[in-house]
Design a protein around this ligand. Sequence first.
Ligand SMILES: [Zn+2]
Length: 271
Amino acid sequence: MKIEILEKNDTNLRVAIRDADVPLVNALRRIALAEVPCMAIDEVVMIENSSILQDEIIAHRLGLTPLRTDLDAYNAPEDCQCQSEFGCPSCRVTLTLDAEAKEGTRTVYSGEIISENPEVVPVSDKIPIIKLAKNQKLKLEAYARLGRGKTHAKWQPVSVCAYKYYPKITTPTEKCGDCSKCVDICPKKVLTIKDEKVDVRDLLACNLCMDCMEACPQKPSPLEIEWEKNDFIMNIESTGVLPPERVLKEATKLLGKQLNEFEELVKAEIK
Ligand SMILES: [Zn+2]
């Protein structure tokens, strides 16, 4: 198997995976979505809430605020030595919010949440939590912990994790006509006209919709769109809680762990 990074920034990772198969790539996708842990607020103690929103709605909004996760510094509550319902400093982060609208109506943003650990803070300072009218107040203490997307979507470290087949486009070797219908119809602008011939402009943008082949007046079309059966392009878009490459690494680690467990169970049963 070969892996090549096509694109990478703080929240996006696009990799080409060659010589793999669907079950493997799909297992990684599902683990990234549902099993790679990240931090989210799970419990809120309301000290004062004179806003018009109920405590539960505010707690729900806080839960869905993505928090930067320090995976190496915290234990999952179920694996923590404390085994306490309330958690301990190794499995829980305390955050506080104390906001008041003194002058007039104002919006309280995620940037006002204060965390006991500067590494575990909201991904963005500009997420609106609530709007307070004059003299309304919101004071609370919140507890974040590690969890998994299969329990609740707030613990999902990725907003997108998807793969597609690696496209393979065979363009006509000679000038095929004057229509350029295939070039014009493509929503992703994959094709172009070069030296009066159809040429590929951006191969990786192709999503195999086949509109170009259907638009071609010639049947069969001299343009051929196929895909490589064992090559994939995987797109991972992180919510910002973890770098996307870390999500992929954790997913492979978890898959390995699950397979080892499975192997042990099979061995124990068959003995
Ligand atoms: Zn603990």
